[in-house]
Each structure stands twice: as structure tokens, then as C-alpha cells.
Design a protein around this ligand. Sequence first.
Ligand code: BV8
Length: 234
Amino acid sequence: MIGPFSIVVLTGAGISAESGVDTFRDTDGIWSKVNIEDVATPEGYVRDPERVHAFYNDRRRGLPGVVPNAAHFALAKLEREFQGEFLLVTQNIDDLHERAGSAKLIHMHGELVKAFCDRCGHKLEWRADLSTGDACPACHGHGRLRPDVVWFGEMPYQMDRIYDALAKCDLFVSIGTSGNVYPAAGFVAEARAAGARTVELNLEPSEGANLFHHAVHGPATKIVPDFVESVLRG
Ligand code: BV8
């Protein structure tokens, strides 16, 4: 069988679970502790910005205490050693893919370690707590810095680049996502329409399981390295 020439990988919270980062919809996941509307929507931010800052400050503070796992490293190896085109799209806002060495990477839902000013648009790295007391270093506006995170009802980042890659890929791999959130959950259908082989690597069948040609179920630190080896062996 001729190997793939172009691979697109989509990851979700499940790839970071074994690093100790909470997922959203597993039992006692993030959404079982807070209301999406209060902390992950523009309306919630306008209503109570400090509540939203506290939610992201708590998650941002957790980042130095977690490290990439074997699944993150396996995807960085695939990017380095695969001879064709490669793109990793993550829904995650943690920085574990970068810290594992991934570079051809799109954070479609933004990044916890970045902030932007909703007054002047200035974007900057921000690893400390964020609050309404912070001023934008560019326009000096106060209380206008928000986490650089895509909330519900907001447009995810780099969608054109992602759809271009999906239209050209011949292997689409979805890892550690429950397939609940759009537009990410629709990527498998785009890839199939482009003639790609579609594979799901997840702890259990996702919402979109029936759209995948193949599936491997198990913990990412086990099934992702095995899958990467099988692709690199061709
Ligand atoms: C948009 C960032 C339109 C912040 C997130 C009504 C009103 C408004 C919008 C909508 C609506 N109905 C539908 C929508 C669209 C909406 C949506 O899809 N809603 C869903 C809930 C129905 N989507 C949006 O609003 C998107 N924007 O549509 O804009 C638009 C159009 C034009 C112009 C302007 C706008 C924006 C969506 C992005 C929202 N932001 N997060 C943050 O992180 O706090 S979403 C959030 O969910 C995270 O990003 C997360 O990544 C994402 C998906 O969750 P998963 O990653 O899949 O995590 P989950 O816990 O669900 O699953 C984990 C999986 O891993 C499980 O399957 C589990 O089995 C597995 N697993 C666990 N452990 C392991 C494992 N697998 C392997 N190994 C393990 N060890």
C-alpha cells in the first residue's frame, strides 16, 4: 500500500490527560465543576471578568507542574521523521505539544500562555495570573487584557489553513477528543470527503466514531506511539 503523503492530526484534552491535565467531559471533568456559560463565553466574561480570570489563572498555574507524555513526544517524532506534509491541529490550550517538540502546530482554540488586549488587539505571551488590574503594554488600557482563548460563539483560529490541509490530506488522525465541539468535530467529515483514510485514537469511541475508517481504543501514551511507529514503518 502506498504510504500517506499528507497527514493531518487533531488532538483534544485526552492526549494531555495522562500528563495530569483535566479533560472536560470525563467524569469529574472541568465542565462538571464549572458552568461553560460562566467561564468559556464572551457573555460570561463581560458579566464577571474576574470569575473568568480565576478559572484560567488556576489552569495556567497548573502548567509548570505538568510535562508532555509519550503521546505528545510520538507526534513530535512523526512530524520530524514523516517524509510528506504534516500538520497538527490541537483544541488544547496547554503548551505540552510545543514542549514535546511539535512545531507544525495550530492552536485552534488559542493558548493559555498568551493574552490579548480587547481594546487594541495587541497579543503577548502571559504566563502569570491575569486580572482586570493589568494594563495593556501597548495601549496602556486597564482591564482590557483577556486570555487568548477561543470561547463558545467565537471563531476558532486559522480555519482557512486547517480546511486547506484537510482538503489535501490522505490520512486524518483524531486523538483524545470526544467529538462534541464544532467546528473541530466536523474535521473528520471534511477529510473523508477529500478521500482521506480516517483513524480515531481514543480511550473510548467518540461522538463521531462511526465516521472513522479505523479506530484504536486505549490510553494515548500506549496507542499513539504504536500508531506513529506503524505509520513511519509504512
Ligand atoms: C463557533 C477553549 C461560530 C477554552 C473551547 C449554540 C450557540 C453557540 C455556538 C454553538 C451552539 N451550538 C453549537 C455551537 C458551536 C459550538 C459548539 O460546538 N458547542 C457544542 C458544545 C455543541 N462551537 C463554538 O462555539 C465554536 N465557535 O462555532 O463559532 C462562529 C461562526 C462565525 C463567526 C463567529 C463564530 C468555538 C468552540 C471552542 C470553544 N472553546 N475551549 C478552554 O479550553 O477553556 S472548547 C473545549 O472543548 C476545549 O477546547 C476542548 O478541547 C474542546 C473539546 O473537548 P475535548 O478536547 O474533546 O475534551 P473532552 O473532555 O470533551 O473529551 C476528551 C476525550 O479524551 C474523551 O473522548 C475521552 O474518552 C478521551 N480520553 C480521556 N483520557 C484519555 C483519552 N483518550 C486517550 N487517552 C487518555 N488517557
